[in-house]
Design a binder for this molecule. Structure first.
Ligand code: UD1
Ligand code: CA
Length: 479
């Protein structure tokens, strides 16, 4: 609770108390250039939607409120954020411009005092530090509005910051610029701090006399200057932070930056990445020190990986928890499962949801697990399907073993005890139990429970016909 306040007092700045900060996020726009059925802000960047990233940054300021302006795809956007209970939505039925968008928050904010931080729903890289700098500049200048600006070598497309005697006097949109204004390299990021008290009255005075016929939020700058109110700017050094996402190309470029940052954090924490450029790690993934990650690995969702693991090329690990010293060999897929310390899995293994692979288990090539628990030291080294099964410690499952867990209507359990030996190519017809220490002869179809220590043979007996080959040859020669 108090950390935000401590920040302010330590800075010795005349900042408003953080409890007076209200964040507004504009996210009603269509995102036409994405050419997508999905609302733009719901596209993903390394495991989080664009809007989720913006909201995490906003939440880090511990504001009094967060209001999101939604329009296009509002229902889907709201649904994707249903877990964020403190978030309030307002809808902008028609997208008449950024000024009009902010006006929609009037019902929640008018009459309050404090500071509005205005964020764009499609600008996901902005850091909390930059927002704190914005707030500090805003407070120091006692400004009605403070704009984050950036200096860009190629400012095309952005609103330009027009200054008179060094002070910002207005912002001109690309389409409305004169030839001289086009040469201005200082641009509007679209991120601002506003004093709440004069805000809504001033928004009411914004007109639509511009090339797009829209209500431009940046027009507030000229309006405030005319009213002799202070307007300040804070120029961000790392212009990447204010990059917006308008196309799939920009989505890919920003994703690359986000991944790079995550990979650098992992390496700083002692993880070896053989090739960071082809290591794809989602935002919330945790990896322990001395783990080695080979090229072309995907670690997704809420995955947690222990220390000193090896994750080989082609692996995809989703919402899984791995203990220490686990080795995931090439082209293995693990989803919603746990793998305990010292286990070996793969190559070409498929660990499907609900599986628990115990310590020191060996799972080899072309083995599929689904909702299956394997006790410590158990082995299934080749070609098996083990579904809805519990397998005891130190049990060996031979090549080609199949649990027949599905009778066409319902799924059934296979229970295999400790130290069981399941011979190759066995068919275990569930529900069935193989008790501790039992042996299953190779090629058996096991349909009834096997007692502890028993040998089960479930196949027809082999018959040898002496001299059969020679007799057949003779018969053929006569014809
Ligand atoms: C805006 C700024 C421009 C700045 C640029 C930075 C205006 C008029 N221009 O331009 O000065 O350089 O951002 O990226 O503000 N939105 C709504 N409702 C609307 C219109 C927009 O919610 O009616 C939302 C969009 O979904 C988006 C944000 O506002 O999240 C910015 O709108 P966008 O149309 O992308 O503005 P730009 O043309 O990029
Ligand atoms: Ca934009």
């Amino acid at each position: 609770m108090g950390s935000g306040r401590v920040f302010q007092h330590n800075q010795g700045l005349n900042s408003p108390p953080l409890s007076d900060i209200h964040v507004v996020v504009l996210a009603a726009g269509k995102g036409t250039r994405m050419k997508s059925q999905l609302p733009k802000v719901l596209h993903g960047i390394a495991g989080l939607t664009i809007i989720e990233r913006v909201l995490r940054t906003a939440a880090a300021l511990q504001p009094a409120s967060i209001t999101m302006v939604v329009g296009h795809g509002a229902a889907e956007v709201k649904q994707s954020l249903a877990k964020r209970t403190r978030l309030q939505f307002v809808s902008q039925e028609q997208q008449l411009g950024t000024g009009h968008a902010l006006l929609q928050a009037r019902g929640f904010l008018e009459g309050k005092s404090g500071t509005v931080i205005l964020l764009s729903g499609d600008v996901p890289l902005l850091s909390v530090d930059s927002l704190k700098n914005l707030l500090a500049t805003h407070a120091e200048a006692a400004a009605a509005a403070t704009v984050i600006t950036a200096i860009l070598a190629r400012p095309f497309g952005y609103g330009r910051i027009v200054r008179a005697a060094g002070k910002i006097s207005k912002i001109v949109e690309e389409r409305d610029t004169t030839a001289a204004q086009k040469a201005i390299t200082e641009i509007n990021s679209g991120i601002y701090a506003f004093d709440l008290v004069p805000l809504f009255a001033a928004l009411d005075t914004i007109g639509t006399a511009n090339k797009q016929g829209e209500y431009y939020l940046p027009d507030l700058v000229a309006i405030y200057r005319k009213q002799k109110r202070a307007v300040a700017t804070w120029t961000i050094q790392n212009a990447d932070e204010i990059r917006g996402i308008n196309s799939r190309t920009e989505l890919a470029e920003v994703s690359t930056m986000v991944r790079q940052q995550k990979n650098e954090e992992l390496m700083a924490a002692g993880v070896t990445l053989i090739d960071p450029a082809t290591t794809y790690v989602d935002a919330d993934v945790v990896v322990g020190p001395d783990t080695v990650i080979y090229p072309c690995v995907f670690l997704e969702g809420s995955t947690k990986i222990g220390a000193a693991c090896e994750i080989h090329s082609g692996a995809r690990i989703v919402n899984a928890t791995l203990g220490d010293r686990v080795c995931i060999r090439n082209h293995t897929v693990v989803t919603d499962s746990t793998i305990e310390a010292g286990a070996f899995v793969g190559p070409f293994a498929h660990i499907r949801p609900g599986s628990e692979v115990g310590a020191d288990v060996h799972i080899g090539n072309f083995v599929e697990l689904k909702k299956t628990v394997m006790g410590s030291g158990a082995k299934a080294n080749h070609l098996a399907y083990l579904g809805d099964a519990t397998i005891g410690p130190k049990t060996n499952v031979g090549a080609g073993t199949i649990t027949c867990n599905y009778d066409g209507e319902t799924k059934h359990q296979t229970v295999i005890g400790a130290n069981v030996f399941v011979g190759s190519n066995s068919t275990l017809v569930a529900p069935v139990t193989l008790a501790d220490g039992s042996y299953i002869a190779a090629g058996s179809a096991v349909t009834t429970d096997v007692p502890a220590g028993a040998l089960a043979i479930g196949r027809s007996r082999q018959e040898n016909k002496e001299g059969w080959v020679a007799k057949r040859k003779e018969a053929k020669a006569k014809n």
